[in-house]
Design a protein around this ligand. Structure first.
Ligand code: ZN
Length: 322
């Protein structure tokens, strides 16, 4: 069974486009049981695919809360229209059906006084990425740069710290992917839950701002958290090249690095399906068994494969949700 840290099927569907990777009719055969489904309010001027390296794209402008909330509600309706059920417990994930974690990628739609957070929770929200890179009332994320450090700007605002505490109280997972390094350490200091980056890689192997330094990985390990390895080729490759002709072993290389550094209990998948360019040798959901085969070829036994493909995510849900 495969549980995954990130996909953008909702945005793709909201835009009226067919899925590139998230063909749910392939889920049963590929043993794909769902995972985090992002509600991501796009910028009017999206950065698009990374250009040739080196690159340093500026952060898109903030989106006013009212406008972000209007679009987020449309995206939520889109998610409800998909053939998935919403997760409120780790036990909801079962082979043979697709279960979606309602995940807000960027807290831009939330009122800065958090007056609508309970309502979102009641509608099924169980995970919040404080930012999708673009700054908002709570935090600031990394601009897309390569090669570059993730230490790119200021940390959490007071409202951001309040949001982390409120998530801890309600049992909402706080996602660190896209956050800049100062914000990462503010969450590490504030949160009582395991630290989670749903779709990020090892900066030591691919020095994109979106990836995690060794010190960040160590903090995630110490907290009992985990990293979902992102299949975006531009965050996997040492050269940052956005080239679909990238072997699956690049994903395995990041799994190896993270498990060697912080342990096999702290790594899983965070595909970024329908949100990024992934290896043409993987394709989408239908190619996942090939990736599991690549893990086995690299020496991972049944117990390790179970942890990477779903066991670690389910443990995080048990420890984070109420
Ligand atoms: Zn993302």
């Amino acid at each position: 069974m495969i549980v995954d840290g990130h996909n953008d099927l909702v945005l793709q569907t909201w835009r009226g486009k067919p899925p590139k990777h998230m063909d749910l009719s392939a889920a049963a055969d590929a043993d794909f049981a769902g995972g985090f489904f992002a509600i991501y309010v796009p910028s009017p001027d999206p950065p698009g695919e990374p250009p040739p390296i080196p690159y340093a794209l500026p952060l898109p402008a903030r989106i006013p809360t009212d406008e972000a909330a209007r679009v987020a509600n449309e995206l939520y309706d889109t998610l409800q229209s998909l053939p998935v059920s919403f997760a409120t417990s780790a036990d909801d994930f079962e082979p043979g059906r697709v279960t979606a974690i309602v995940h807000l990628e960027g807290a831009d739609p939330l009122a800065p006084d958090l007056s609508d957070l309970q309502d979102w929770y009641d509608r099924g929200l169980r995970s919040i990425g404080l930012v999708w890179s673009r700054a908002n009332a709570f935090a600031e994320g990394v601009p897309f740069c390569f090669p570059a450090s993730p230490d790119t700007g200021p940390g959490l605002t007071d409202a951001g710290r309040e949001l982390v505490r409120a998530c801890n109280r309600l049992g909402i997972l706080v996602d660190l992917s896209h956050l800049n390094e100062a914000g990462f350490w503010d969450v590490a200091e504030t949160s009582e839950a395991p630290l989670v980056a749903t779709h990020s890689n090892a900066h030591a192997l691919s020095p994109a701002t979106r990836n995690l330094t060794d010190e960040q990985l160590d903090a995630i390990g110490r907290s009992g958290g985990m990293v979902g390895v992102n299949f975006a080729v531009s965050f996997l490759r040492e050269d940052g090249w956005n080239n679909a002709d990238t072997p699956l072993e690049e994903i395995v290389r990041h799994v190896d690095y993270i498990s060697n550094r912080i342990g096999i209990d702290h790594v899983g998948f965070g595909s970024d399906f329908d949100g990024a360019l992934v290896s043409e040798h993987l394709g989408g959901i239908a190619g996942l068994p090939k990736l599991v085969g690549a893990l086995r070829d690299a020496g991972y036994d049944d117990a390790a494969v179970d942890k990477i493909t779903h066991g670690n995510w389910l443990r995080i849900f048990r420890e984070t949700w109420r």
